[in-house]
Design a protein around this ligand. Structure first.
Ligand code: G3P
Length: 222
């Protein structure tokens, strides 16, 4: 399973990239606005693209086809690994088609049902992003969308990658991996939680304590 980091934080991206834990990045206007501050968001995206080799999703903010295509075309000039994130809209489907014809990869975002994922794939998206956590938030089972989309895509040999988004906790990652989502995009805090287990901490404390007792004994006998 591929892991993307769902952030525009250069600090978190640098750490995860150095550790070889991530295969790409997803951003959205909210995440970029938080990181950019007074900086030009394009410069932030450029920096992100230099830190990771894999796809970096950058989202358009237009909601008409021409605007999305223009913005997407400009975003794609930032670096070769930019993937243009397009919202699931009627106009967005045409933009996905047009950008694809120009050789620009797209990630259709704000998907909340498996048929939305199917339509995005038919339009030619490289990735579809069902938002698991936000579906859970309204009392439905977000993981069902991933499950259904996996079956549908496999039934018809659809190559569009299922990117499990709006991941909130480690169980989301485990379940998405078991179902066979191609990618999970993780907020940095969820990626860090995947590293943790209380028995790891307890085991390490024990090893270090035993070792310090041995070192103290060795010192006493000198
Ligand atoms: O980047 C899209 C998605 O992952 C957002 O997640 O936690 O804001 O629902 P969240």
């Amino acid at each position: 399973m591929k892991f993307f980091l769902d952030t525009a934080s250069l600090k978190d991206i640098s750490w995860a990239a150095q550790a070889g834990l991530i295969d790409g990045i997803t951003t959205n206007p909210s995440l970029l606005a938080k990181q950019a501050g007074d900086l030009d968001p394009r410069d932030v995206l450029k920096e992100i693209c230099s830190l990771v080799e894999g796809p970096v999703s950058a989202e358009v903010v237009s909601i008409d086809t021409a605007g999305m295509v223009n913005e997407g075309t400009e975003l794609a000039k930032i670096a070769d690994n930019i993937v243009v994130k397009i919202p699931m809209l009627e106009e967005g489907m045409v933009a996905v088609r047009q950008l694809g014809a120009a050789g620009i990869k797209t990630n259709v975002t704000l998907c909340f049902s498996s048929v939305q994922c199917l339509l995005a794939a038919k339009a030619g998206a490289a990735f579809v992003s069902p938002f698991i956590g936000r579906i859970d938030d309204v009392g439905q089972e977000g993981m069902d969308v991933i499950r259904e989309a996996r079956v549908i895509f496999d039934n018809y040999g659809i190559e569009t990658e299922i990117l499990a988004a709006s991941i909130r906790h480690p169980r989301h990652v485990v379940e998405a991996a078991m179902i066979g989502a191609d990618v999970a995009t993780l907020p940095p805090d969820v990626l860090k939680k995947l590293l943790l287990h209380p028995l790891t901490d307890r085991g390490l404390d024990q090893f270090l304590s035993d070792w310090s007792k041995l070192a103290a004994r060795a010192k006493a006998t000198v």
